[in-house]
Write a protein that binds this ligand. Sequence first.
Ligand code: GLP
Length: 241
Amino acid sequence: MKLIRTENYAEMSLEAGKIIVDKVRSNPILTLGLATGSTPKGVYDYLIQDHEANRTTYTKVKSVNLDEYIGLPAKDPNSYHYFMNQTLFKHLDISENDTHIPNGTASDLEQECLRYEQLIKELGGVDLQLLGIGQNGHIGFNEPGTAFSSRTHIVTLAQNTREANSRFFNSLEEVPTHAITMGIASILDSKEILLLVSGERKAEALNRFVNGEISEDFPASALKYHENVTVIADRDALKYI
Ligand code: GLP
């Protein structure tokens, strides 16, 4: 595991952005694994600015997102479909058909999980997976206790995850109780992983990730089994390290 220490959120975003742009330029047909949440927003801004300034093109790039809330249609401002379209996709030249996010309103959700897993396989797997981390160590929406062997599946969101994410909703009650997420094994299949960690809010989780044991009680610890993980963290997140 490689750890890149940065001063602040802006520098973390810049470092990650540069890595992604380099990958896209050297392999214009790659499959990017993308994440939502506050953490990757700065990276997405960097990709957009670079696309405008340097014409990095995404016409042959494919993307797969980690997760989606169950019950929120793509047009719902709190869905991850909406987030990705507004925050990134509509600003790039990536084709809508090449962007993939689990469908949280599928009539058969179990079937949707299988379809999504198959789709990733058909795309040849994820070349570079961007990840954030939850305060409880979740990656994607894989909450503590998730089997490391898990594939794309339906999850019941932990109460503290719903509380953490309620800042985007009008109230806690509006936060969905379930989600579809790529599993831990699906994530570990990625050829390369970039884990971004920013802010004091994440300092304990980062400390546990770096110094703690590998355990299903702390989903991010599975990343230690992966041979190509780069953690980019800012000074506040590195408080205990
Ligand atoms: C969310 C997402 C994760 C994300 C994490 C951290 O619930 N499902 O993919 O990495 O929580 O979010 P944030 O970056 O907003 O702190």
